[in-house]
Structure formats: C-alpha cells, structure tokens
Design a protein around this ligand. Structure first.
Ligand SMILES: Nc1ncnc2c1ncn2[C@@H]1O[C@H](COP(=O)(O)OP(=O)(O)OP(=O)(O)O)[C@@H](O)[C@H]1O
Length: 493
C-alpha cells in the first residue's frame, strides 16, 4: 500500500501496465479494505486506502487516481458521495461501487451517477481483479496522450465540434436527425458553449450546404440598423442610405440565416420578422415591393425566452415559430469529458497557428482544467489555452502558466501575505534582515509545513479573525476552515 505516490507530470502515452493505474479504496471496514488492497497489489496495482467517506473525499481532492473502489454504505459521506466527488474531480477516473447491502435501486442510482460497475460482497479476488481490469482498460482508452486525442478528434469531431462526452453525443445525434429537414431550430445554451458552431454544423449537413450560411448577431445593432441588416433598404431610405442595400435574408436565399442572441431583438423587429416567416417574403426598408425568399432560419439564445415572454419582452407567437425544434447545448461543466479533448485540440491548433512547439500539457494542469467550472464555457477554455500557448517557454503547458482563476489556492499556491510595517503590530510576522517574512527558515521545508506556518502567522496577525485572514491569504473562508482543522491550528497557534 502506498500512502502517497509521485504524480506523473505529462500527458505522454502510458504503457499498459497495472502500475499506471492508481487505485483508491474507500471502505469503513478496514479489514475488508486491506483484503481488497492486498489482492490488487499482488497483481501490481498501487493502492491507497481511506477508511471513511470524508477521508476518501479528501484523498480525491488531494491526489490523482485512475480508479476508485468505494463501499456504498458509510456514515457521513456514502459511496454515492464519493462517486460524485470522483466524477467531478478526477479526469477520466472510473468508479467501482461495492456493497454488502445491494439492491437493484441503489445499483441503478450508482450507475446513473456514472459508476463503472457495481459489485456485491462477498468479493473474491478474481471477481475484484476482473472488474478492476475492465475499468483500467476503459481508463486507458480515455487517457490523455496526444495520439489518442488526435484520434478522438478525428473520430468524435463533428463538423469542427470536438466532443467526447455522452451528453454532447446526444446533442450531435439530435443534430444529425434535424439537419436534413427545413425546420426552424432554436439553439439554447449559455454563452460560449458553441451555439454558432452547432448552427454551422446543421447547415453543413443540410441540403442547403452549398448555399450561404449567413450569421447575424441581434444584440449588437440598434433597431434601425438591425432591420436594415435583415431586410435591406432602398436608396435614400435613411439620411445616410446613399445606395440601396441587400439584406441578410436576401444574401441567405436558398441557404440558412442564423440569428444569434435572438432574445435581444427589439419588439418592433420581432413583429416584422414574424410577418416574414409567415409570408415567406421580405420588403426592403423604404420599398413596397415584396421579395420572395427561401431561407431556413436557425436562431440562438443564451437567455430564457419563456421568462422574456412573461416579462412582455418577447413575442410568444414568434417564439413558437422559431422553436419548431430546440437544441440545448449543455454548459461545459456538465460535460466534463469534453474538457480534455478540447484543451488538447486547442493546444495543437494554437501551437500551429503561432508557430510554437508546445508538445504537451502538464498533468496537474489537465486536472485543474477538468475541475474548473468554466463560466465562459468553451470560449473561455479556448482563449485560455491560446494565451498559455503564446506565453509558453518550455514546450509544456505547466501549472505555473495558469492564470489566477484556475489556481486552486488551497492546493497549489500560497498567496503572499500583505506584510504590515514591523512596528504596526506586536503580533506581526517575523521579519528577517531582508525584510522578508522569516522565509529563510522555511527553505527546504515541505510545502504543507510552509502553508501551515503562513496560515498560523496570518491568524496571529488578525487576532484569530478568520474572515480577515482568509481575505489576506486570498483563499475562501471554507478553505481556511478546512486548513485550520487539517493543521490543527485551533486556538492559540
Ligand atoms: N465543441 C467545440 N469544439 C471546438 N470548438 C468549439 C466547440 N464549442 C465551441 N467552440 C469554440 O468556442 C468558441 C465559442 O463558440 P460559439 O461562438 O459557437 O459559442 P456561442 O454559444 O455561440 O457563444 P455566444 O452565446 O457568446 O454567441 C468558438 O471559437 C468556437 O469555435
């Protein structure tokens, strides 16, 4: 059994040997945990044991594992809790749930939450090893090496949409079914999830693919300009309309018009758009002559149109016209298995574009990317990888290259304490000759010792005011509470 294990540090191809699959066993029956550990270590799997749910969760937060085996029934945090933690924290990890109290309903729940397998006690070594071996094969398949990702790209990409997550797979299946039709489609999803890319994919797979795909963002233009963009205008229709202009509907004739951020369309324009959809004709601003058009309409929104309707900001009749079919693109945090293929895709893309030899991504970075919630979705991830590629010096995107928002301050960084002048507080930090906070005697100490000292000194400095200390350390209060407990820093330090 290994308490701690060295972290591997790149995304190079791992040979298929059992030693490459780090296993966490979570079971509050210590004897049972040891038996499982022994039978797996005999065939070369490195195992770590946690004898409670909370300890298992903490291990998952701290270390990397390829496989987690968890008992189902435990106090405080049960096997489902451990499963959820592993699924949200560990890239590509598989979880095997073990129970002596198995019922079909719990098994179903565990499987729905993403468990790889469900094993009932009593376990024989053969049964356990067979399950672990299958999980290892699956992990291996998904492992983040460049070649595999290249193939993932080719195999799972769909019209430029990179994906590997089952949720995105369902979206793509839906796209394949609706693309060949002429139905109006409303694409919903948070900003940056890839709605425009989805619209392009629909067009590319429709009979209209050899005709234009014309996008228009409805949020960027005033009512006046938007109508002119959509329908065109006659010469002299406005003071500055020196020439006549063809609108996007006419440009898109025979093809597809994509209205992005359709929820921001002014009410007056909504009325005109509805009329166009009902009649199949447009009239340029300042003209009377209707022009027949044959356009498929795709639209996208990141706001809740039903709520906009109830506020009176969006017409319900237009809404039902736009959403003959809807496609919902989930946020990236709800399809985490897309994160690693996307980051590697963008690494290669931007390395090529900027002429940089960026060959890999540090495993710790992969883990942070996987855990991060990506409020700006794929766009945020793309921009971040681009800036890391541009700034990279050593050919590997490392943890030091990560910007603040992706650093888990608790695990990876110790923010410097804002030092007060030495005389301002009797409880100030120890200052050495260079004015540094006693740093020299910390050199050579393990990182957790350094962290403990910093937290302890900061608490002294704030007279044990934890809120203030958390602010100074730039970590969340909850993280600070966890650290205080972990380092036993209660009371006087
Ligand atoms: N699955 C994907 N594979 C590859 N690139 C993607 C994927 N999803 C999004 N992107 C890229 O992320 C960026 C944002 O995507 P896109 O503009 O389609 O998002 P959006 O949902 O339309 O955003 P907004 O709501 O702000 O208009 C684009 O550069 C796009 O190419």
């Amino acid at each position: 059994m290994t308490g701690d294990h060295p972290k591997s540090d790149s995304t190079e191809i791992a040979p298929m040997n059992h030693g490459a699959f780090r296993i966490l066993i979570v079971d509050n029956d210590k004897a049972h945990a040891l038996t499982m550990c022994e039978s797996l270590e005999r065939v070369g799997y490195p195992c770590t044991i946690a004898t409670s749910g909370p300890e298992g969760v903490e291990r998952i937060e701290r270390d990397d594992f390829e496989i987690v085996i968890t008992d189902l029934v435990m106090n405080e945090v049960d096997g489902i809790g451990v499963l959820q933690k592993a699924k949200s924290n560990l890239p590509g990890c598989e979880v095997i749930v073990v129970t002596g109290h198995g019922t079909i309903s719990i098994a179903v729940e565990a499987m729905q939450q993403g468990a790889f397998n469900f094993l009932e006690k009593p376990l024989t070594p053969d049964k356990l090893r067979a399950a672990v071996s299958r999980a290892a094969e699956t992990v291996q398949l998904r492992q983040t090496n460049t070649d595999l990702l290249q193939r993932l790209d080719e195999r799972f990409g769909y019209e430029g949409l990179i994906f590997a997550d089952a949720r995105m797979g369902h979206v793509i299946d839906r796209l394949k079914r609706i693309s060949p039709t002429d139905a109006s489609i409303l694409i919903q999803g948070e900003t940056g999830v890839g709605k425009e890319l989805v619209a392009q994919a629909i067009h590319q797979n429709s009979p209209r693919k050899n005709k234009p795909f014309v996008p228009l963002n409805c949020a960027e233009l005033s009512e006046h300009l938007l109508e002119s963009e959509l329908f065109g205008h006659a010469k002299g229709a406005y003071t500055d309309a020196a020439t006549e202009r063809v609108g996007r509907f006419e440009y898109a004739n025979g093809g597809t018009l994509f209205l992005d951020e359709v929820g921001d369309m002014p009410m007056a324009t909504q009325v005109k758009l509805l009329r166009v959809l009902e009649s199949g004709e447009i009239t340029r601003v300042g003209e009377n002559k209707p022009i027949k058009i044959n356009v498929r309409l795709l639209s996208a929104t990141n706001c809740n149109l039903e709520e906009a309707i109830s506020r009176g900001a969006f017409r319900s009749d237009l809404y039902y016209r736009l959403r003959i079919v809807t496609v919902v693109v989930p946020p990236l945090r709800e399809r985490r298995d897309d994160i690693i293929p996307l980051m590697d895709h963008f690494r290669r893309h931007f390395a090529k574009r900027h002429g940089k030899a960026v060959k890999g991504i540090d495993k710790a970075v992969v883990k942070r990317f996987y855990q991060f919630d990506w409020p700006g979705n794929v766009r945020q991830l793309r921009n971040l990888v681009e800036s890391m590629v541009v700034l990279d010096l050593d050919g590997v995107l490392g943890i030091d290259d990560l910007p603040e928002e992706l650093m888990d301050e608790a695990d990876y960084v110790i923010h410097p304490v804002a030092l007060p002048p030495p005389s301002s507080s009797s409880a100030s930090l120890a200052i050495d000759a260079d004015g540094k906070a006693g740093l020299l005697d910390l050199v050579g100490q393990p990182m957790n010792e350094v962290e403990k000292r910093f937290i302890s000194e900061t608490l002294k400095f704030t007279n044990q005011n934890r809120e203030e200390a958390a602010k100074m350390l730039q970590i969340g209060e909850r993280t600070l509470y966890r650290k205080i407990k972990e380092y036993n820093l209660r009371g006087d330090n």
